[in-house]
Each structure stands twice: as structure tokens, then as C-alpha cells.
Design a protein around this ligand. Structure first.
Ligand code: SF4
Ligand code: SF4
Length: 342
């Protein structure tokens, strides 16, 4: 059981000493405090001991982890309530042209799957596999209906369930990816989770503002799991109130979803339909029809939520997500025809 199960029956007494929260924040900003990377087992040939994992294996493994993992739970006062529901899983190949294009679209700091895999290969003293021999496994974890409902009811700061989901959900996501990566490396298959490597550090870039060198959301778009909304959250079949994760494996996995060409295909406003419900939900007017999502105004507001979460929820985290809840795209793709906002 994880350390957080200590918070089953009570809040932590000293929220400013929320060590896991601090570690999480510093990890995100500076790429530190992550557990050691698993080591590649060079004594077995991939596929020798067990069959090579295929697309169905990854989908089932992730579904099982979300359904049965003991750490997919919130803390007091919601202990036992799942953080996430059933995931969506997609795949994209390392030589998909979009991977190189992201260097233009997001910025040159963004890693290609091959670059991150080369780092892991060199760590383990093996030759990096070619881009066509690697794949990204991307997945979407939907927030629980209780979390969505609770956040939809607030008008200023994130709700308690939302704040817990932001922190515990991130730790949980890193845990299950680490378990899968460790399993694969033990079978002699190179694998890496980019956001727990030392290269993972969030910085402010001239073109895109605050950004990290590996975007789970862009990987999800590439894998056909969703498209971007006015709020810059991604809209998926499970809605916008979701978390994304992704990791890179030395396997040829076949893409299983059709990727829309239009990066805004599921947003009512971008499709010329009345909506902008997300703009109405934003307490600092960071979303407008003219300028879409103002990342700077948004991140300033989100940063200011830390004292609220520490004081009221006894955890060290920031968050908001008001624009992703109480809107037509919160739990699914909105109806994309006139009069169909739900
Ligand atoms: S609330 Fe409407 S305009 Fe905003 S992202 Fe969702 S579908 Fe698009
Ligand atoms: S996350 Fe919060 S501050 Fe940012 S755009 Fe959405 S509602 Fe506004």
C-alpha cells in the first residue's frame, strides 16, 4: 500500500509538510526526486520468456490497473472512492511525421520518442532502436463522476476532489507506468516513461509560455484519442475532465484510432456552433472568443490556488479545471450540430 493510505481516516496534520506534494512539484519543475529507472535485462531476448506484448496486452493491462490497483483511490474524506474510471488507450509509431513536426509546433525543446528512447538505450549500454521500431502508448484516465460534479459546482477555486485528483492522480499515473516499464525492461524490452526522467523540467519558452519537453496531450492527439478545445484541455470520448499519460516502448504497435485532421474537431465553438461555456466558467476571463485561451493569465490564476488547497484540503498542489467542468464537453464529445449543446 502507498504512503497515502495513511490519510485514510484523517487529514495530514501539517499540510505544509506534504512531502509527496512537494516532491511532485519539484519533480515537475526540475526533473528531480523520481525513483531510479528500471534496468534493462540483457540476459533475455524479447519474446523469449513470454510472448511479445501486443496492442491488446497494453489495453487490458491498463484497464486492469485502473480497475484494481489499490492506489487508484482518493484520501480522506473520500478514501475508497476511485480517482479514475476506465481508460482509453491509443498508439502512435515513433516514425509518425507528427513526432518531428511537434518540434515546430510546440518548440525544439520537445522530445521525439526516438530522442527519449536513445537516452534510455544509452543508459543501458545498448544501441538505440530505429524510430520505426518504437511506439508511444498513450492513455486517457477519466476523472470520477463525483469529482466532475463537485468541480462543476465551484466558481472560484478547485474543489477538494479535483485537487486530490490532480495530486494523487499524477502520483498514481507515474506508479502504474513505472510498473509497466519495469515489467517490459525485465523482459528485455526497452521502455521509458519520459516524465520521470531527469530531462523532464517545466520551463517558460518564448513561443508557448510554460511547457514541458514531453506533452502527453500532444501524444494523445497523435494517437487519435482527442482534439483540443477552446480551454486548451483535450476533448476525448471521455470528455475534457481527464488526465493523460504516455510512455515509449521498443515495439511496433499499430495505431488503433483515426486521428482527426482538424485539431479542434470536437469543440463546438471551433466548429462554428454556439457554446463558449468554458469562457463563462473562467473566474479570470482567460478564455475569450478573440484570443482563445490566454495561457499566461490562466497559469497565474492556477498558481495562486496553492494556498487554497493547502489551507482547505491539506495537500500541496495547484489546480483549477473550472472550464473543463460544468460545460458540454466535460464527460464526452459534445453534440456537434446546432442546438445540440448538452
Ligand atoms: S465548453 Fe464549448 S467552446 Fe469550450 S471547449 Fe468545450 S465545446 Fe469548446
Ligand atoms: S483552468 Fe481555470 S484559470 Fe485556466 S482557463 Fe480554465 S477556468 Fe480559467
Amino acid at each position: 500500500m502507498g504512503k497515502r493510505t495513511l490519510m485514510k481516516d484523517r487529514y495530514r496534520r501539517f499540510p505544509l509538510l506534504d512531502i509527496e506534494g512537494f516532491k511532485n512539484a519539484i519533480g515537475e519543475m526540475h526533473g528531480k526526486f523520481f525513483p531510479k529507472q528500471p534496468v534493462l535485462n540483457k540476459d533475455v531476448r524479447p519474446g523469449e520468456a513470454k510472448p511479445l506484448p501486443d496492442e491488446a496486452w497494453f489495453i487490458q493491462t491498463l484497464k486492469d490497473k485502473l480497475a484494481h490497483h489499490p492506489e487508484n483511490t482518493k484520501e480522506y474524506p473520500f478514501y475508497g472512492e476511485p480517482i479514475y474510471g476506465e481508460p482509453l488507450v491509443g498508439f502512435v509509431r515513433g516514425n509518425d511525421p507528427l513526432m518531428e513536426q511537434y518540434k515546430e509546433i510546440i518548440g525544439p525543446h520537445h522530445f521525439t520518442p526516438w530522442e527519449i528512447m536513445r537516452w534510455q538505450a544509452e543508459n543501458n549500454g545498448v544501441t538505440p532502436p530505429a524510430p520505426e521500431d518504437i511506439s508511444v502508448v498513450s492513455f486517457v484516465m477519466p476523472f470520477s463522476p463525483q469529482t466532475i460534479k463537485e468541480n462543476a459546482a465551484v466558481v472560484d477555486w478547485p474543489s477538494e476532489r479535483w485537487a486530490q485528483t490532480r495530486l494523487l492522480g499524477e502520483i498514481f499515473s507515474q506508479t502504474i507506468v513505472r510498473e509497466i516499464v519495469t515489467d517490459l525492461m525485465g523482459r528485455g524490452i526497452l521502455a521509458v516513461s519520459p516524465d520521470v526522467t531527469p530531462m523532464f523540467n517545466k520551463k517558460r519558452y518564448p513561443k508557448v509560455g510554460w511547457a514541458s519537453p514531453w506533452s502527453h496531450r500532444h501524444m494523445a492527439y497523435a494517437a487519435g484519442l482527442g482534439t483540443f478545445g477552446m480551454h486548451d484541455f483535450m476533448i476525448t470520448e471521455k470528455g475534457a475532465a481527464v488526465r493523460f499519460a504516455s510512455f515509449v516502448v521498443n515495439l511496433r504497435l499499430a495505431p488503433n484510432r483515426q486521428r482527426p485532421e482538424d485539431i479542434h474537431a470536437y469543440c463546438r465553438h471551433y466548429q462554428g456552433l454556439p457554446c463558449l461555456k468554458c469562457a463563462k466558467r473562467c473566474p479570470v476571463e482567460a478564455i475569450t472568443a478573440e484570443r482563445a485561451h490566454d495561457k499566461e493569465t490562466c497559469s497565474q490564476r492556477v498558481g495562486k490556488s496553492v494556498p487554497h488547497c493547502v489551507k482547505n484540503y491539506h495537500i500541496f498542489i495547484y489546480g483549477c479545471g473550472l472550464c473543463a467542468t460544468g460545460v458540454p464537453c466535460e464527460s464526452g464529445i459534445p453534440v456537434l450540430k446546432t442546438g445540440g449543446a448538452r
